[in-house]
Design a protein. Structure first.
Length: 318
């Protein structure tokens, strides 16, 4: 018997595990002891791949433990596995069925294993996630302030002051931790030399897109989710759309591209040219995101800042 493919349906409290080749099912608690027991069981087997869905963080302890145990693991987008389940007529949904679907998905699709970040990077990811939460709360409170009645404005203003101080502390902590790493510090500083790229996008890329600078243009665009995908059938040519990728990186890149269309000479000229050709503004902006990402990829690949970049590096990328 060859190596087995394992599917793990992760919930807050439990881990439902299915073997594709051996057609077995197990259930463990989603805690330190349950993860330890699962790892020990997997070590007794010949494992080709373990697949689980991204579940908002509940999968992280197991994925990290699998990485430490050198057991190949892939955390996949739930939409991919649900589409696969529909295609294979698995319309019912229970924890055990989901685990079997994931095991079948692992054996059929064989997604590329991607090791979880090391502990230091995970801590940075947690700080970055907290920064996003605080920014969202600040935005919500400022929006409420416009419509608030006098009795509650003082409380809202006090909360805004608190959140702004908290955001300042988070930004300082994030910058300090990045600067403690020579590799991350170099990337962080190079990225911020680009007009339109601020600390938020630079930190997001350094932490959540470490592959930047090591991939070609098409690969990095697909990874972030700014590569237009074809929707053609026969003689019909459908509208190209972007989908998938890493949403947090794409969100930060969107805001940076928006700023770059005003203050970055290369992106500004590119955006104006696309609009003059009749492209919708949203389509032109996505193209600017793609171009900005490609420029940053080239900069990190060649270890050069914007100020010393050769003209062809920033103006002729596609």
């Amino acid at each position: 018997m060859g190596k087995d493919y394992i599917g793990v349906d992760v919930s807050k409290d439990t881990l439902d595990v299915a073997s594709y080749t051996g057609n077995k099912l197990w259930r463990y608690s989603n805690n330190d002891e349950g993860i330890r027991q699962l790892i020990e069981a997997l070590k007794e087997m010949e494992i080709a791949l373990v697949v689980m869905e991204a579940t908002g963080g509940y999968e992280s302890p197991l994925a990290y433990a699998l990485g430490k145990a050198v057991i190949p693991c892939a955390v996949v987008n739930p939409r991919e596995t649900r589409d696969f389940a529909k295609a294979t007529k698995k319309l019912a949904k229970t924890d055990t069925i989901d685990a079997r679907v994931l095991a079948h998905f692992a054996a059929a699709i064989k997604p590329e294993p991607r090791p979880l970040s090391d502990e230091q990077t995970q801590e940075l990811e947690a700080i970055l996630a907290r920064r996003r939460q605080v920014v969202e709360m600040l935005t919500a409170e400022k929006n409420r302030l416009h419509l608030a009645r006098k009795p509650v404005t003082e409380a809202i203003n006090a909360h805004i002051d608190y959140l702004e101080k908290e955001l300042g502390h988070i930004n300082s902590s994030l910058k300090g931790r990045i600067e403690d790493s020579p590799v991350q510090r170099e990337k962080y500083n190079l990225l911020q030399s680009v007009p339109g790229v601020g600390p938020n996008l630079a930190a997001t890329i350094v932490i959540e897109l470490p592959e930047l600078g090591n991939l070609n243009c098409k690969q990095v665009a697909a990874l972030v989710g700014v590569a237009p995908l074809n929707r053609d059938s026969g003689s019909k040519r459908g509208k190209r759309v972007t989908w998938g990728g890493r949403p947090q990186v794409r969100s930060a890149l969107y805001m940076a591209a928006l700023v770059a269309t005003r203050f970055n000479p290369v992106i500004k000229e590119f955006y104006a040219r696309l609009c003059a050709l009749g492209k919708a503004k949203k389509v032109a902006l996505v193209a600017c995101m793609h171009k900005l990402l490609t420029i940053m990829n080239s900069m990190l690949k060649h270890h050069v800042s914007w100020h010393y970049t050769q003209p062809e590096l920033v103006s002729n990328v596609h």
